[in-house]
Design a protein around this ligand. Structure first.
Ligand code: FHN
Length: 469
């Protein structure tokens, strides 16, 4: 089935008009290279909700959910969303999945409720991944979920409405630098139809679609570009894409994956930087089962304990956690992904104060999460974090996340990093029953309750004189 190009001129005029109406704050001037003239105050205000949020859901959903990791009855290795590439599926054959894609069980309110119940504050969903298929009703061509499938709905529009209703922020992922459907889109050469002019791809697909996703769905506070570098998105083209983004959404938060741009957030993928990135906004994105896109036979799902420890470790190092789910072709988020995140949500209902809006640990070394115990063959430090406890902070409050219950008491050599403790109690104890605190020189000892309030992480709150950490 040939997907026809719509009349780009009329389109871009319309979208350009829409973008022109929006206020253009000169603060984040687009003229690259990428030295932003934004003041620290302005950036702090722009990033405030994101820094408070700490926990979000990444959603990889697309045509690749139909094959679910199999092609021509053969199991295809690698990430589910890379099946077109890994099986070298010709463009026309891959597009044949579209008529089979009818996610009638998709329910935006239900998805957003899963996010909310998990204690997540924002979603980042794939508007277009490397397969080039738009998961929104784009006007640039018919290769989208509205025009090319029997579904005939726009899930991004429905999610935007559900997010507004439930107070969840909706961010959009956009693969600007790899597009295996559109000629010139880069990263593919197993089909003669891949050959094409990247300039045409950027002008007729990327820029018009960026305008659409940033103007057709209300406020989109995050854009998550992918993949940095490459020969398609040159510095000059990246500047035009950046310009388009800023004109459409001046206060948007963007990651560091648009060629040549530092962006607002660093994006370590699949790992937690041992010492975080001090002074930087960063967000670890991670799968629950080793694939971003849906695979029919996924069995290995990380446990609630694995994932909750990650969230606590990331928060203790000043980062955000963007945890991924890969819905199936019916529009259902697999139970193996819903189960652990909803368990984390229950933990956050009791212990959220020790995560949301917190700052970094005082005791990176002391809790064994910072230090590298040995070196690898190349002499690089090998970090093997110990999982006894972690620490997050707020003015006047220090939260000790006890991951391995020490028994009768918790002891810590504070090395003078902690002000005088005025009160100690377990966060799960709504009566805040005071625990006995003794300070011997710098050595703090807190008598603990007989039972650990939580099997995975029990939070001990140490209150110190106001303003003293
Ligand atoms: O290739 C993609 C991959 O499919 C997935 O989207 C991840 C998510 O961060 N990003 C790229 C790999 O770095």
């Amino acid at each position: 089935m040939q997907y026809t190009m719509k009349k780009p001129l009329i389109l871009s005029l319309a979208a350009a008009l829409a973008c022109a109406i929006l206020p253009f704050t000169p603060i984040r001037a687009a003229a690259a290279p990428v030295v932003s003239s934004e003041t620290k105050e302005h950036k702090d205000a722009r990033m405030a909700w994101w820094r408070e949020a700490k926990f979000g859901m990444f959603v990889h959903w697309g045509l690749y959910s139909v094959p679910g990791g199999y092609y021509q009855n053969k199991k295809i290795g690698g990430f589910g969303e890379w099946i077109m590439h890994n099986a070298k599926i010709p463009i026309a054959d891959y597009a044949a999945f579209a008529p089979q894609f009818n996610p009638v069980k998709f329910n935006a309110d239900e998805w957003v409720k899963i996010v909310k119940d998990a204690g997540m504050k924002y979603i980042v969903i794939t508007a277009k991944h490397h397969e080039g298929f738009a998961m929104f009703h784009t006007k640039v061509d018919d290769y989208n979920i509205y025009d090319a499938t029997p579904f005939k709905r726009d899930p991004i529009a429905e999610l935007a409405a559900a997010c507004r209703k439930q107070g969840i922020k909706l961010g959009l992922y956009y693969s600007q630098n790899l597009d295996w459907h559109h000629a010139g889109g880069g990263g593919a050469a197993w089909d003669p139809a891949h050959a094409g002019d990247p300039e045409k791809y950027v002008n007729e697909i990327v820029i018009p679609q960026v305008k659409e996703i940033l103007t057709n769905y209300g406020e989109i506070p995050i854009i998550w570009w992918d993949i940095p570098g490459g020969n398609v998105i040159t510095r000059e083209r990246a500047q035009r894409i950046y310009q388009t983004m800023i004109e459409c959404s001046p206060n948007i938060i963007m990651n560091n994956r648009l060629s040549g741009y530092k962006g607002d957030t660093a994006t370590p993928e699949g790992f937690i930087p041992p010492q975080g990135y001090p002074g930087k906004d960063w967000e670890t994105c991670m799968t629950i089962n080793g694939t971003w896109g849906y695979k029919k036979d996924s069995k290995k799902f990380q446990t609630t304990e694995d994932l909750l420890r990650n969230l606590i470790d990331i928060a203790s190092k000043g980062g955000n956690y963007l945890l991924n789910v890969g819905p199936d072709a019916e529009g259902v988020i697999p139970a193996g992904e819903v189960q652990p995140i909803s368990a984390i949500g229950k933990w956050l209902q009791v212990n959220g104060a020790a995560i949301y809006g917190t700052s970094t640990t005082l005791f990176g070394e002391e809790c064994g999460s910072f230090s590298a115990t040995e070196k690898d063959k190349k002499g690089q430090p090998v970090f093997k974090p110990t999982w006894d406890w972690r620490c997050t902070t707020k003015p006047g409050k220090t939260y000790i996340h006890i991951l391995k219950w020490p028994g009768a008491s918790f002891t810590l050599d504070t090395k003078g990093k902690l002000g005088a403790v005025t009160k100690a109690y377990m966060l799960a104890d709504s009566n805040k029953t005071p625990l006995t605190v003794t300070m011997d020189g710098g050595k703090l000892t807190v008598t603990l309750p007989a039972q650990a309030p939580d099997p995975i992480a029990s939070v001990l709150v140490l209150e110190t004189a106001a303003g003293v950490r």
